[in-house]
Design a protein around this ligand. Structure first.
Ligand code: CU
Length: 126
């Protein structure tokens, strides 16, 4: 079980390492690409767009080991935060991205801490 902690995500944001991931995630959207930075075989990066205070798609099914990149297109800052705070992208300003890896099967409900009516669901399969 290896999820990025909030501190690790913040570290990535601080190092400016997440911006290039957005472009990488776009490419991964269209085709199956291997992620050289991961030890997982065939791990994919999925993109969830945040637009008009909505997570798109609202429900996403992925495989264990896959990555998800949230991209905020809104002027307002948003977060993707697990309901009980188990994981968190931190605040994403307009144009910023946050990427997390999901290694364990299960269903994750999440929301935006700034706009609690914004909710989404991630289903991680084996
Ligand atoms: Cu929000």
């Amino acid at each position: 079980m290896q999820r990025l902690t909030r501190r690790e995500v913040s570290a990535l944001l601080g190092a400016g390492l997440l911006a290039p991931l957005a472009a990488q995630a776009r490419a991964a959207d269209a085709k199956d690409t291997r992620d050289a930075s991961s030890e997982d075989h065939n791990a994919q990066t999925h993109v969830i767009d945040i637009r008009r205070a909505t997570f798109e798609p609202g429900t996403l099914t992925i495989k264990a080991g896959d990555h998800i990149t949230w991209v905020n297109h809104d002027i307002a800052p948003h977060t993707a935060t697990e309901m009980e705070g188990e994981w968190d992208t931190g605040a994403l300003k307009r144009g910023e991205t946050g990427t997390l890896t999901f290694d364990t099967e299960g269903t994750h409900a999440y929301y935006c801490v700034f706009h609690p009516h914004m909710t989404g669901k991630i289903i991680v399969t084996a």
